[in-house]
Design a binder for this molecule. Sequence first.
Ligand code: S3P
Length: 178
Amino acid sequence: MKNNINRKNVVLIGFMGTGKSTLGRQLARKIGYDFIDTDLAIEEVTGKTVEKIFRKDGPIRFRSEENLLARKLSARSGLVIATGGGMVLNSENVRLLQQNGVLIGLKADPEIILNRVRNKRRRPLLRRGNLRENVERLLREREGAYDMAEFTIDTGKLSFGEALNEIHKYLKRKGHVQ
Ligand code: S3P
């Protein structure tokens, strides 16, 4: 049996469309951790889609759900957590997630992100207006916002398998996983 106490959470952070959910799910499978996608967890708790929370209750409500979730998750271990792209804009969330977690950054060039977020109905911040303009503006506004990650990979320059391996290798090197 693995000792749960030492199994720090692996927290994937980064902009929308950088691959947090897809990679996170596979990484969890690979290292035998449970997987949490914060957007899905919030949808479960509230019984509403992220899109509906933004539309009906507003962004502040969504951010407060994220904060509540960060508090809950900071008390757990052995999780791979794929965060929503805005989760770490709140410094308290960063502190909470770092408490028992390793923050891994995912990034990609704007063109790659654009291609990956074409299904914008799921993403309230990208719904209105011009998709390219929205992505470029948010990327500018959030420049440096994910820099607290202790290790970052560019998912646009690696294949899915390579990205997975890079993260796994890093976690092994640091002694977080076997
Ligand atoms: C957001 C990113 C989304 C989701 C919400 C807000 C953001 O998650 O949490 O639409 O502020 O960047 P993904 O990064 O999984 O798309």
